[in-house]
Design a protein around this ligand. Structure first.
Ligand code: NAD
Length: 545
């Protein structure tokens, strides 16, 4: 494993002499800049008296700037302001709403170096993985700006009596959408789900994750430059159980991304108010290598999908099932590709893999690996923390000999650890892939793409990538993304990714004659029923459906 620890470049423009201690804070991020972004925290009064838990920059464990925390009354006020602004926005032409989103798209691409620094500072991830967030949000903005008119257009549908009943199904915004997102993709998940909600004519109130509030606040300021009125997208900050709960209690729809445990709490709470939710939750995603796979490509794909974002990615791969006849050859390729990865904490593209984001994550990852090793598993690559590179670094790790009783076997690790298992037949591979209660993402590698497609059809997951680890499906914004089972409810991306933020309203206009018997009385009603039954039979015989 190569490392950049000795030549870690200083953050941009930072005037450090060679050998001086690494400072995680990007030099251009002044206190004045932070104060400008914090204006977007939606607070009415002084906020909470409770001292917030310190949030640390993963690259060097220095405290991140404290962001003011909201209290439940702030959340209620934010939702009230958003609600007041939403009506006019819903009546603003969709093309005008799309103009704002596209202006935001352009500004985001222009200023990406700033947000890449912020994402890295707050999460510790490698710059390439931060850039993927920018690319994904840009794709979402373009997709929905282009396709929202199609998705949201009113539909003419056949009426009860064709010709006499004219029926139109309209899409109306829910009102105020609450977006709750985690720290692992603060731009993609914090913003990508807000854009279609806004385009559909809603106002949005987002709860920033405690670890990554600056990224979201920077983005909100950018959206203001793009022309979005202040009250249409408000940001609340503070602890999830307090501020997130208050948000769920106030909005008309909740888009939640996070752990399955919190997702259940959110869903239960929203259900009391009969408010809809979409839930993007955890995973324990499998990858299958068939006997006929290109092994070098499959190993490279597995490495990308397992260790992207330091393994802190909901759709990343944690279980790899390899056909027994190619197991040894694949293992050699996989271990080589894993050991080739470079770790580093640099504000440039030199490191392949960055840091874990918190001490809690580091402890959880180490516990899974150490527990497995203590119970008899073998470490083929990695397997240890790397405090010499940065305080929260952990090597990309490949395990073998993992058995059912080891927590790493079925529990989500959410870190850079994958386990390798042999299998015999396609059916066995499907059974193994479908183990457990999650169903988020999966991957199948085979030169026979038809056979792989058939296998995909038997896997319980919201996405199956053939000859790709994870990105092909998630990057295809026209298709839905989400989970089955404990991995969630509903979808982001695609038609569902915007329609979930709307209600349908059916407007039926009756022409010429009213429906039903011409006049009251048993004879008229019986005549009407007889005549209608004959018409229904005729339609059936004429094969009119
Ligand atoms: P988490 O559930 O602890 O927190 C997620 C968000 O919910 C945070 O902003 C948090 O402040 C807030 N929150 C906490 N308690 C709350 C409550 N009672 N009510 C409302 N909001 C509350 O998740 P995490 O551990 O920070 O994130 C990692 C998890 O997220 C992993 O399980 C990962 O798989 C999952 N995830 C899923 C997707 C997906 O698209 N399926 C994407 C990214 C992450």
């Amino acid at each position: 494993m190569t490392t950049e620890q000795d030549q870690t470049p200083a953050p941009p423009d930072e005037e450090t002499a060679d050998g001086e201690a690494f400072g995680a804070r990007p030099a251009w991020v002044t206190d004045e800049a932070i104060a400008r972004w914090c204006v977007w925290v939606s607070r009415e009064g002084e906020g909470s008296d409770a001292a917030p838990d310190p949030v640390l920059a993963p690259f060097d464990l220095t405290p991140l700037p404290a962001v003011p925390a909201c209290v439940p009354e702030d959340v209620e006020a934010a939702v009230a302001k958003a609600r007041a602004a939403q009506l006019a926005w819903a009546h603003t032409r969709l093309s005008r709403r799309a103009d704002v989103v596209l202006a935001f798209h352009d500004l985001l691409l222009e200023r990406q170096e700033q947000v890449l620094d912020l994402i890295q500072w707050e999460t510790g991830k490698a710059r390439y993985h931060a850039w993927q967030e920018v690319a994904q949000v840009a794709a979402i903005a373009r997709h929905y700006a282009r396709c929202a008119p199609r998705h949201l257009a009113a539909r003419r549908v056949r009426g009860m009596v064709p010709g006499l009943t004219k029926v139109r199904e309209e899409r109306v915004p829910k009102g105020v959408v609450g977006v709750i997102s985690p720290w692992n993709y603060p731009l993609y998940l914090g913003v990508g789900d807000a854009l279609p909600a806004l385009l559909a004519g809603n106002a949005v109130v987002s709860k920033a994750d405690e670890q990554t509030a600056l990224t979201l606040l920077w983005t909100r300021a950018l959206m203001a430059e793009a022309g979005l009125p202040a009250d249409l997208w408000r940001i609340v900050t503070g602890p999830g159980p307090v501020v997130g709960t208050a948000l769920v209690d106030a909005v008309d729809f909740v888009c939640f991304t996070g752990s399955t445990a919190t997702g259940r709490t959110v869903a239960e709470r929203a259900a009391r108010r009969l408010v809809g939710v979409s839930l993007e939750l955890g995973g324990k995603n499998p990858l299958i290598v068939r006997e006929d796979a290109d092994l070098a490509a499959a190993a490279a794909g597995a490495v990308v999908a397992a260790f992207a974002n330091t393994g802190q990615m909901c759709i990343h791969i944690e279980r790899v099932y390899v056909h027994e006849t190619v197991y040894d050859a694949f293992r050699t390729e996989l271990v080589r590709a894993t050991r080739d990865l470079s770790l580093g904490r640099s504000y440039d593209y030199t490191a392949d893999v960055g840091s874990l984001t918190s001490a809690a994550r580091l402890a959880a990852v180490a516990a899974h690996v150490d527990g497995a090793v203590a119970a008899g598993a073998t470490v083929l690559a990695g397997g240890r923390a790397r405090p010499d590179i940065g305080p929260l670094f952990y090597e990309p790790t490949v395990l073998e000999g993992v058995t059912d009783e080891m927590p790493v076997c079925a529990e989500e690790t959410f870190g850079p650890v994958l386990s390798l298992y042999p299998y015999g037949t396609d059916s066995e591979a499907v059974d193994l892939a479908n183990r457990g209660s999650y169903g988020l993402s999966a991957s199948v590698w085979s030169k026979d793409t038809r056979a792989a497609g058939r296998l995909a059809g038997r896997i319980r997951a919201g996405a199956v990538n053939v000859n790709d680890g994870a990105a092909a499906a998630a990057g295809s914004i026209e298709a839905g993304m989400g989970g089955m089972g404990d991995s969630g409810l509903g979808r982001r991306h695609g038609a569902e990714g915007i329609l979930k933020y709307t209600e349908s309203r059916t407007v039926a206009t009756q022409r010429l004659l009213p429906l039903g018997p011409p006049k009251p009385g048993p004879t008229a009603v019986q005549d009407f029923v007889r005549r209608t039954n004959s018409q229904l039979s005729l339609l059936r015989r004429l094969r009119v459906r």
